[in-house]
Design a protein around this ligand. Structure first.
Ligand code: DGY
Length: 324
């Protein structure tokens, strides 16, 4: 049943959702799918909403192309580095996002990548299918999370959830961010050690997990200088954004054996172009930005993204907005 007052609101999406999710949009709004948010010709009425489902850029030019009719950009995700927040503010366009509901799923993906890398799950799978393997290989070794130090870059919601899970696996937790966490938070993470500098965190961690958002300050955070500070054999995990790292430097460090491994759910761009250095690098696991892609989480994200739209159109406070 269409919600009264919103049945004619035109929503432009950059990608369609799977059918069972798309039905929830269709029931409340009139969606038009337009990759890159190019204004589709012959719209039945002015579009009021951009629903950002697949990380296409939302710039001032994109907003202006709709002739000033966009009232809200609703981001299906917590990270909104692909949306020009200042351009939205200048034009009086509201911005919504979906924090909290994806924290557990994203933290699970970080653990999946970390454990898969530590225990060589992907290589082990290939080895098991290799017909030349006729006896158990007693030389096959891997890394253990229990007893190791996991360094978290960005102890926000997702970073904290990753830390609690690593703690349950028997790791010690270190973290780096600008401000030290409150004592009770450190205590709840097994007396997690605050590293005031990124260098200190990199030098003391067996696994480093990037959980921070991508901003002007954090873009390119991990480059060759930072990689050279890491412990021998240490593994870098990324569930933040691909642009947090210099991917060419990571690929080179993997080639040279200077970095133990890279396991990432995010790349820059997404997907990587054929032949990219990271696709050829050894000890590198890449998943296609699917950290939040569980049915339960994606449904909760969409519910929140639609609630943000409804609230913005009704001029009430959005349930989740980075700037409201
Ligand atoms: C987020 O919400 O930022 C995740 O990366 C999914 O886009």
């Amino acid at each position: 049943m269409a919600a009264s007052g919103t049945s004619r609101v035109l929503v432009v999406q950059d990608a369609a959702f799977p059918a069972e999710l798309q039905a929830a949009v269709d029931a409340r709004f009139r969606p038009v799918i337009s990759p890159g948010f190019a204004p589709p010709p012959g719209l039945p009425e002015p579009a009021q909403v951009l629903l950002s489902a697949s990380h296409d850029a939302v710039t001032g030019d994109v907003l202006d192309a709709f002739g000033g009719t966009i009232k809200v950009v609703s981001n299906f995700g917590v990270g909104y580095d692909h949306i020009d927040e200042a351009a939205c503010t200048e034009r009086g366009v509201l911005l919504g996002n979906t924090p909290n509901v994806l924290t557990a799923a994203t933290a699970e993906m970080a653990l999946a990548l970390l454990l898969a890398h530590a225990r060589r799950v992907v290589e082990g799978d290939a080895r098991s299918r290799d017909p030349s393997l006729t006896r158990i290989d007693t030389s096959w070794m891997s890394k253990q999370v229990a007893g190791s130090t996991v360094g978290i870059v960005g102890l926000g919601r997702i970073g904290h959830a990753v830390a609690t899970r690593c703690l349950a696996f028997g790791a010690s937790i270190a973290y780096h961010q600008r401000h030290r966490a409150p004592p009770d938070q450190e205590a709840s993470l097994g007396d997690a050690a605050w590293c005031e500098t990124l260098h200190a965190l990199l030098a003391s961690s067996d696994f480093v997990v990037l959980c921070c958002s991508c901003t002007a300050e954090t873009r390119g955070l991990i480059s060759s200088a930072q990689l050279s500070c890491m412990r021998p054999g240490a593994v870098l995990v990324n569930v933040g954004r691909g642009a947090l790292v210099d991917q060419e430097a990571v690929a080179l460090a993997l080639e040279r054996g200077a970095l133990g491994g890279y396991a990432t759910d995010v790349t820059d761009p997404e997907p990587l172009p054929e032949g990219h250095a990271l696709l050829r690098a050894p000890r590198c696991i890449i998943t296609p930005h699917t950290g939040s892609a569980t049915v339960r989480t994606r449904k909760a994200m969409l519910d929140l993204a639609l609630a943000n739209i409804a609230a913005a159109l009704a001029s009430s406070t959005m349930p989740a907005s980075p700037n409201q």
